[in-house]
Design a protein. Structure first.
Length: 309
């Protein structure tokens, strides 16, 4: 069964129940959430998140809890050389894992970190030490930490498969580490999934192992391969293209994995850049029919304008 969904919000009084309802409105059977705003530490207690009602609706609609993905906030950097910032990252990631566990979900996607001009080796060493602390503090949970493949902008670690494997092989409880493969990120990092799809996957398998994959982020890219910029584009409208993305989505080797769209919302017009129209219902329809619609952006704007009248 195709497991496809998108990032959804969790705010207002309905909280997690609202997230499930949003995912269902896109005809999705999985989704990804942040437990709170990714740019800050403000979090509501899990008792106020309508978890039981959300689980009930998920059960009725066939959304399996094990396919739901939590994303860690961006404000943490396990590779930061500042001891206080490292301690904050360890403490907050630990809390986020416990929150994911309390919500009944099994994995949390994490950007590994940035070495802040200290060098990748030094950054990896810090990430390993701090992941050991986090995993030790959360050993009573069964939540996986899915290290995300990164585009390599700035001093990001995880810009290639070797850096992720260097982390995985050194972490004591590496059985609780998995990998989130982001199509935009690996394209921007320089992996040619367009012309050498099988070669890239073989390389991943040889270095990390395809069995480590636990989630796919499906995004097109605004950038040429190897640009190291990380700018997502809607499916089929970027440099990767719909055919390659569809090939990965429907690859039978990944049929058991949740695929999560993080493509951009559409503005009202080319001149009005305000984030407004979610594309996910329409992109999921294209995915299911395996048919790219070059008029998709116009169709989305026209349909969404009608629903908002």
């Amino acid at each position: 069964m195709l497991k496809i969904g998108s990032h959804v919000s969790m705010n207002g009084k309905k909280m997690l129940l609202g997230s499930v309802e949003e995912a269902l409105s896109y005809d999705a059977n999985t989704f990804m959430i942040y437990t709170g705003a990714p740019q800050n530490t403000k979090r509501k207690p899990t008792e106020a998140m309508a978890i039981e009602k959300a689980h009930q609706l998920m059960g009725e609609k066939g959304i399996d809890k094990k396919d739901v993905v939590v994303h860690a906030p961006y404000i943490m950097n396990l590779a930061n050389p500042d001891p206080e910032k490292q301690a904050f990252a360890v403490e907050f990631l630990t809390e986020e894992i416990h929150r994911a566990h309390q919500m009944g979900f099994k994995q949390i996607v994490l950007h590994p970190g940035a070495h802040v001009k200290q060098g990748a080796d030094a950054g990896i060493k810090r990430i390993v030490a701090n992941l050991d602390k986090v995993l030790e503090s959360t050993q009573k949970t069964d939540v996986l930490i899915a290290l995300e493949t990164m585009s390599g902008k700035g001093t990001e670690i995880g810009r290639n498969f070797e850096e992720l494997q260097a982390i995985i092989e050194r972490v004591q409880h590496h059985e609780r580490l998995s990998v989130c493969l982001d199509t935009c990120h690996i394209h921007d990092a320089g992996y040619d999934i367009i012309n050498d799809y099988e070669g890239v996957l073989q390389q991943f398998d040889a270095i990390i192992g395809l069995d480590r994959l636990s989630v796919l982020h499906i995004n097109d890219s605004k950038n040429k391969m190897g640009a190291h910029k990380d700018r997502h584009e809607n499916l089929g409208f970027g440099e990767i293209g719909f055919d390659t993305l569809s090939k990965m989505i429907h690859d039978v080797r990944f049929s058991h994995l949740p695929k999560i769209l993080e493509t951009p919302y559409l503005p009202k017009t080319s001149d009005d850049k305000k984030r407004i129209y979610p594309p996910y219902k329409y992109e999921i329809e294209m995915i299911k029919t395996k048919t790219f619609n070059p008029d998709l952006k116009k169709i989305i704007r026209d349909k969404e304008k009608l629903t908002q009248v």
